[in-house]
Design a protein around this ligand. Sequence first.
Ligand SMILES: C[S@@+](CC[C@H](N)C(=O)[O-])C[C@H]1O[C@@H](n2cnc3c(N)ncnc32)[C@H](O)[C@@H]1O
Length: 292
Amino acid sequence: MEKDFVTLTYTLPEAHIVERRPAAKAPIALAKEARRALGELRKYLRSDFERTSQYVKDSYEKQYRTSNAKWYRNYTDRKMVMPRIEGDKIIVSDKLVILSAHMQMLSHIFDQLDCRSVLDVGSGRGNNVIALASLRPEREYYGLELTQSGHERSLEWEKDLKEKAMPLVGIGEDMERVDFRKIHFLHGNAMTMPLPDKSVDASYTTLVLEQMPRDYPKALSEMRRVTKKYCVFIESFRESLTLADKLDLKNRDYFRFSYKTFEKYGLRPVFFSTKFLRKNKFSTGLLIAEVT
Ligand SMILES: C[S@@+](CC[C@H](N)C(=O)[O-])C[C@H]1O[C@@H](n2cnc3c(N)ncnc32)[C@H](O)[C@@H]1O
């Protein structure tokens, strides 16, 4: 692992932030964490839920039926703010803020590692690809999504953005710079990707392995096959979780495993960090793995 392999940088979109406050002092935080762990332990003793790929497909098919404009209104609604954690601070904001921080970090990572083509695995309604393309339109982008409805919404961004400017990073980026000729949305499964070997410089997932707690090795092998240089993951790695988080994720049957196992699938971890804006429950880590 190389501590300075990349630097993680982003500018918070101030217009989307409602409040900043210090995180709870250690004894209070510890007491809250213990209470949460106890609650999760009680659920754990009763729970035997298994996250199957059919369950995942059905739930996301429904989610992506809403239009991109409606999704954007929801993501920027200042009445629906949430607390996030950044170091020893709580940042209360709308949902766009975490998307903004993630996409700026990824874009800077791809700059630093000279990745000119990138694949988003589990690209949902395509918002992350469009956000990245608004920051760096000259890159080539691929977005692979399991659900039909997510794929359909992805293809609608070009039309939707003509009707309404929806800045997805919220830091003054110009959405008119998005070059749709360089964006390719694909409908398919991460376990059998419809892409040739070594077709992109980098591939990434944001909160997608979390949905495949048993099958993720197949997705990792496919990412390795289609990627030339690096795979980047923002996921709920064991190394970023508290005890209560681990129980919570077990109860929901989410991915909750160590990034150290990735080496087995030909992905050598070179950088790992949890030092960025994160959810306050089952928080995420950012891993960069080199294709070996
Ligand atoms: C929590 S959402 C995250 C979406 C997007 N990456 C984001 O950050 O907004 C998980 C996504 O992974 C997709 N997904 C789950 N299993 C998949 C698979 N086997 N192949 C492709 N996509 C998959 C789901 O359909 C869903 O769009």
